[in-house]
Design a binder for this molecule. Structure first.
Ligand SMILES: *Cc1c(COP(=O)(O)O)cnc(C)c1O
Length: 342
């Protein structure tokens, strides 16, 4: 990231952007003939917003399956842009309503597109993309996925699950820094779902796609952040790609989960699929979240509170990033120390 700042309209930047776009497809072995990566400057939400606003056709209708903060954020995006939509809303942490979704698709033939979050970071639940994908294929609907906190560390089968597009960011499982995000989409959806006029000026995927195919970019990119992403992708490849990263995260998460259990803390989700990058736990009665957070922070660790209506009930521990086994051991030791004093 300390490399010289360069002009985003010159060939050096075009090369950097080309490398990033190619390496992003390589994360899941996608062919350049069928898929393309579109790189954006902005946090993960920018990529989700670009995907939803650019790939739901003008006269289309979106069905959102939501079971947490990020699913509800997709609904809010549809609402704010006046995109016709319906939502199947589940309690946070519950399974997605795939059965209800099927009933919905049978009743409402206006739906063109389904959107879903893969890893719902609110609770740590890994949603069942495979069932949603099968459903969308059976009914001929486009599937848009928020994979911001799963991309690079969980299995994502683009072809098999019929994924039209997926949005993610530099700074979660890929270990880049914040400020860059991207959408991986099938070329056919990028070329056929052309929304004219675009709903957003800055987040118009079609325009980015057209220009990035020529090595250009419609707006100024965060060049330094792109350097960071290119290096993160090179390191990702060196360690052996998403399967190696998933294995590493699973080891870290199981150390954290075991220690929590021995310390008397219960996991919020005990059934269903758990993501490997984050675990949510019930807050013990003996301590407030702020007290737990501040004590851990003094020991050198930052944890996350629950969000929204479960903020008083749970806390979350993520294990993404350049973290060693020793770091996890020190964390577990600090957590035990804090809770055993109560
Ligand atoms: C982190 C995250 C986002 C994006 O959040 P930003 O603050 O914009 O980076 C979107 N969806 C999910 C599932 C996330 O975990």
């Amino acid at each position: 990231m300390l490399k010289p700042d360069i002009c985003h309209r010159e060939t050096e930047f075009a090369q950097l952007q080309n490398v990033i776009r190619k390496e992003l497809l390589d994360v899941y072995g996608l062919s350049q003939n069928s898929y393309a990566a579109v790189a954006l400057t902005g946090s993960g939400t920018a990529s989700v917003e670009a995907m939803i606003t650019s790939l739901v056709p003008i006269n289309g209708k979106l069905l959102v399956l939501a079971n947490g903060v990020y699913g509800e954020r997709i609904k809010k995006i549809a609402e704010n842009y006046n995109i016709a939509h319906s939502v199947i809303k589940k309690e946070w942490g519950e399974e997605l309503g795939v059965v209800e979704a099927e009933q919905f698709l049978q009743k409402d033939n206006k739906i063109t597109t389904v959107a879903v979050v893969h890893h719902e970071t609110t609770t740590g639940r890994l949603n069942d993309l495979s069932s949603v994908g099968t459903l969308c294929q059976d009914y001929g609907k486009a599937l848009l996925v928020d994979a911001v906190s799963s991309f690079g560390a969980e299995e994502i089968r683009f072809d098999r699950w019929g994924i039209s597009a997926c949005a993610a960011s530099s700074n979660k499982c890929l270990h880049g820094v914040a400020g860059a995000s991207f959408v991986l989409a099938s070329r056919s959806s990028l070329e056929s779902q052309h929304v004219e006029p675009a709903r957003s000026v800055y987040l118009d995927l079609s325009e980015y796609y057209r220009q990035q195919e020529k090595g250009a970019s419609p707006f100024t990119h965060a060049v330094q952040v792109f350097y960071g992403l290119a290096e993160a992708l090179a390191e990702f490849k060196e360690i052996g790609g998403w399967t190696a990263r998933k294995r590493e995260y699973e080891n870290r998460a199981s150390m954290i989960r075991q220690n929590a259990q021995q310390t008397g803390i219960s996991q919020y989700l005990t059934t269903g699929a758990l993501a490997c990058s984050l675990t949510s736990f019930y807050l013990p009665k003996s301590i407030s979240y702020n007290e737990l957070h501040d004590n851990l922070r003094r020991a050198g660790f930052v944890i996350y509170a629950g969000q929204g209506k479960i903020s008083k009930k749970i806390f979350r521990i993520a294990n993404m990033g350049a973290i060693t086994k020793e770091d996890i051991e020190r964390f577990n030791f600090a957590l035990r120390g804090i809770l055993c004093k109560q």
